[in-house]
Design a protein around this ligand. Structure first.
Ligand code: CA
Length: 228
């Protein structure tokens, strides 16, 4: 799941980005309102974390402009000002929640999960399934045939991507940008190593094998077609 943070205080922004990444999310960070607005307009984000006091466009303006363009992603406001009128204003503009600085990261994470759960219960399921493999997006849990499998945050992100796009061959460059937030460097075998580890956890001791290498192209997750 992809989150955009718009926060001009670099320390706070970096801290949130780091924490959310460790919690398994893909995170982008914008440092002023306008940059945040354009990113939110173009990118497919599941959640927006929006500071109120920002250079170029404030948080209210960013949300107003996004809603005018029918961007309905859930939004959590961050602000230093604990005033009732701000709270009301944010909620009137269609914000989903409101967090007053300073806050603990644990509290932010809990709010983020609640908002995402709420949004998803209306739209789509919170679990992905294929051939006895089950991935719970909210509890960040993976099971195969009922057995719990422990994954690192990166492995979870990788598996989520492969399951969401099952049957599609995903090039390494796409996996790198979606899961590692980096541009593909042909010298690195970090993706191959991660896929190998993931395959051991997901496929060893189970049938059918789900993760497949497509030589020269990338990786695909699917139930292989049986020869008739
Ligand atoms: Ca600010």
């Amino acid at each position: 799941m992809k989150i955009l943070i718009v926060e001009d205080e670099l320390k706070t922004g970096e801290y949130l980005r780091q924490g959310l990444r460790e919690a398994g999310f893909t995170v982008d960070l914008a440092q002023d309102g306008q940059e945040g607005f354009y990113l939110a307009l173009e990118g497919m984000y599941d959640l927006l974390i929006l500071d109120v006091m920002l250079p170029t466009m404030d948080g209210w303006q960013v949300l107003t402009q996004l809603r005018l363009r029918h961007k309905t992603m859930p939004t959590l406001f961050l602000t230093a000002r604990d005033q009732v009128e701000d709270r009301v204003k944010g909620l009137e503009l269609g914000a989903d929640d409101y967090l007053v600085k300073p806050f603990s990261f644990a509290e932010l994470l809990a709010r983020v999960r609640t908002i995402l759960r709420r949004g998803r219960s209306q739209q789509e399921t919170t679990t992905l399934q294929i051939a006895g493999l089950e991935l719970d997006l909210l509890r960040r849990r993976v099971c195969r045939e009922g057995k719990r499998i422990t994954l690192t945050a990166k492995e979870f992100g990788l598996l989520e991507l492969l399951m969401r796009r099952q049957g599609e061959v995903l090039p390494r460059s796409l996996i790198a940008s979606q899961v590692w937030d980096m541009n593909f460097d042909s010298d690195t075998n970090v993706i191959d190593v991660a896929v190998r580890r993931l395959r051991v956890k997901i496929d060893d001791g189970f049938e059918p094998k789900l993760i497949h290498t497509v030589r020269g192209m990338g990786y695909v997750l699917e139930v292989p077609e049986t020869d008739a």
